[in-house]
Design a protein around this ligand. Structure first.
Ligand SMILES: [Zn+2]
Length: 79
């Protein structure tokens, strides 16, 4: 199961999100301050896994929270 780690841009809280369904991506928010503003934390393990590849395809995730602006994330993909 894909588990992504994020850092809140509002308070700096690090939190993990387990994606069971694709549409859960729209529900990401900080567990501490409920801010929908966050960035993906790239772990050292992910860098090692992609080190042997020439190109780095990206997966774009768009998160829209009610009452606030949309957020677009570029998440490095495995291939
Ligand atoms: Zn926060």
């Amino acid at each position: 199961m894909p588990i992504f780690e994020f850092r809140c841009l509002q308070c700096g809280q690090i939190f993990e999100k387990l994606f069971l369904k694709p549409d859960e991506k729209a529900d990401i928010q900080c567990p501490q301050c409920n801010s929908p503003s966050f960035e993906r934390v790239i772990s050292r393990t992910n860098y090692v896994m992609g080190a042997g590849k020439n190109k780095k395809p990206k997966l774009t995730t768009r998160s829209c929270a009610p009452g606030s602006s949309c957020l677009t994330l570029d998440i490095p993909g495995p291939d």
